[in-house]
Design a protein around this ligand. Sequence first.
Ligand code: PLP
Length: 397
Amino acid sequence: MSRTDDLRAMSEEHSAHNYHPLPIVIAQADGAWVTDVDGNRYLDMLAAYSAVNFGHCNPRLTEAAKRQLDRVTLVSRAFDHDQFGPFVSELAELCGKDMVLPMNSGAEAVETALKTARKWGYEVKGVPAGQANIITFEGNFHGRTTTIVSFSTDPDAKDSFGPYTPGFRTVPYGDVEALKAAMDGSTVGVLVEPIQGEAGVNVPPSGFLKAVRELCTANGTLMIADEIQSGLGRTGTTFACDHEGVVPDVYILGKALGGGIMPVSAVIADRDVLGVFKPGQHGSTFGGNPLACAIAREVIAMLRTDEFQARSRELGAHMHERLGRLPSDQVREVRGRGLWAGIELHGKARPVSERLMELGVLAKETHETTIRLAPPLVISREDLDWALDQLEIALKG
Ligand SMILES: *Cc1c(COP(=O)(O)O)cnc(C)c1O
């Protein structure tokens, strides 16, 4: 038995089967490449669902982490520390907002945004107690907590986890009229992914985000953009909302904010919104810890130069140009923006991701028929072209 088989058997036996990973066991990684326990190298075309936007073990980020590791790593929010003030002020500036509420996982930040919208609704907008509603979209993915799966439209994510949290209305993604019809005086927030990642890299019709912005403004409702997967350079701009020149009231960030090292997430908004929290009303033991803040500050500094956004724009245009030439008898549709693509196949995607793995490329199917590509933004053009060559081979079957 190979080391891979051995270790895979251990995982199979003792971990809950809430994932269906490809049969590879990674031991090491560098940039866009990973090496498995048997010494085989693979090009990573998933980048941990965009959490590794800056590449595996990015030296700037591992240096920032190592520097902080020997200083102080956790004090809890009972005390302030010297990375906290700079982190919240630098992240607020990156987002063009006043305030930051740091958490850890993406789902926690989404929960935080939902609580923010409700509290803002009652205390600022004047919605009658217990009446607040929040609008979400079909095909959404915002995490796995009980409240978040309450408004999922994916039976796998939702079924058998009830009773569900009330107070959510769901309308078709991209449907402005349906959104308008669902809004009323008690609507405190519209929670939207600027591009739906998990659903298969669904790009909404052009003008949709602008229309959401205008409806929220007209209705006095918070536009809440979940940029956990779409943000921080992935689509060729700092935020996917930037493509339509839209500024939401609330940004939710996660994934790449932690540089692929630590779970770091945050809700970012102006004072009239995040100012609703008083001591004791929300929190997290690890949220905003020194190690997380030190790494995230380096991420923010890297985003200021436009280097990674530019790579995503340029390499993304090249990637989409090549994907657009895939034969239509193999590929139904290609969606995406920047170095991010959902390739909709006529048949099942799993065998294609398995063949890709045998060819040395790691990508993952989402749902039954979509291959998602989201390589680290540091990928070289040569490596990207090689991966796309392998994709062409894998699609031939
Ligand atoms: C991944 C993701 C989340 C959840 O983040 P976790 O860190 O896995 O909890 C939420 N929203 C979007 C859009 C995501 O892609």
